[in-house]
Ligand binder design. Sequence first.
Ligand code: SAJ
Length: 441
Amino acid sequence: MSDALIASHATAGMLEHKILERRARVGIVGLGYVGLPLAVEFARAGFTVTGIDISPEKIRRVNAGDSYVGDIPNSTLGPLVESGKLAATTDFSAVLELDTINICVPTPLRKTKDPDMSYIVSACQEVAAHFHAGMLVILESTTYPGTTDELVLPMLAKSGLQVGTDFFLCFSPERVDPGNPRYQTANIPKVVGGVTPACTEMGRLFYSQALEHVVPVSSTQVAEMVKLLENTFRMINIGLVNELAVMCGHMGIDVWEVIDAAATKPFGFMPFYPGPGLGGHCIPIDPFYLSWKTRQAGIEARFIELAGYINGQMPHFVVDKVQMALNQAGKPVMRSHIHIMGVAYKRNIDDLRESPALDVMMLLERRGARITYSDPWVRTLRLDGGELTAAPETTAGEADCVVIVTDHSAFDYAALVERSRLIVDTRNALKSFRSEKIVRL
Ligand code: SAJ
């Protein structure tokens, strides 16, 4: 056996032992809703974990045991920090002392719907600057198939180290669902694919120390594509039911009743529900990473583009519903007071990212309506350059029309029906109420 082969076996062997004995020093780059829970799981498993983030405020709060991620209570974070199992820093030179690195940074879309890879590139540049033999690097940020092999690998290979022998490189999609009471980082199956089989095995071994179920796949591209399939599946099916809602609206059919009845089929069907549009930082964005990549290969991802168009039209559909409902009441949108119930992108969270409520409010304002809103999760928001502050739910009683955009559980729907003159319900939140004043999507 050549000296190089002997050396590479030694490198893999050493890292494997460190991981198995939980002596491997774990690094997590990006301490957001993905990175911080991952850091906590490895610290809980007995590893010494270093969180690295560019935000000094995040670092301060982590080191103070003061969690800013809803799924991680202070009672979990605090003891891990106090015991020295988890510490955070903005200093990437910490990588010199680390054995494994998970990169969990954002992958937004530019306005042109092209992937913004700047966060991944910046993080990889910092890791590469302090890179050394014997490391396992895993990219977790959602991205187009090929990113790990085509973008990350060359940046690390510049060190002259050989992937699969001197270091190990994988992709593993994040599947965190913030606020999910049943599925959290430890018990969500973890897909991982490596640049080489040895990389995949190292990634499998690593995750197996802290997570309940690991799913190794044959390559980084498969792992990258798994995530995109999962979220494209949702986006397209939401687009399907949104189109069905428009069809049923024109045919005078209750789309909600149709979906509920279809959902009684015990196999081969999965219910999705129409709404005011598609919000969040995953579903409206991830599929366009796939369509951007396929377009490079001359293949048009027509389902994705069409679903994106249909979902993007829903705020306009809602505003037309409001205009027609006011018209029935003999009122123009112009100078009407319209009260929005719920502005976050989905129920029971405070996240406004890509929220269709913002589109609905802007479109109504541009048609001359006076807009107020209630949302127990969102105290203020910016709209067309101005700032709006949440009003009490009783404001609905003063409005010419109320629009339920996000169906938070905290709302008092019975009181809302009682006090409102006219309600456009985009979420079927009032399915148990019968009243002429309720207009459903
Ligand atoms: N929406 C509909 N109709 C539906 C479902 C959702 O209009 O039937 C809307 C929501 O109101 C929201 C948007 O789509 O505006 C996205 O909703 P989502 O339920 O998909 O929630 P997200 O964006 O938090 O998606 C995350 C994803 N998790 C990850 O990417 C790791 C997604 O894969 C999960 O399936 C989803 O959570 C979940 O199931 O909660």
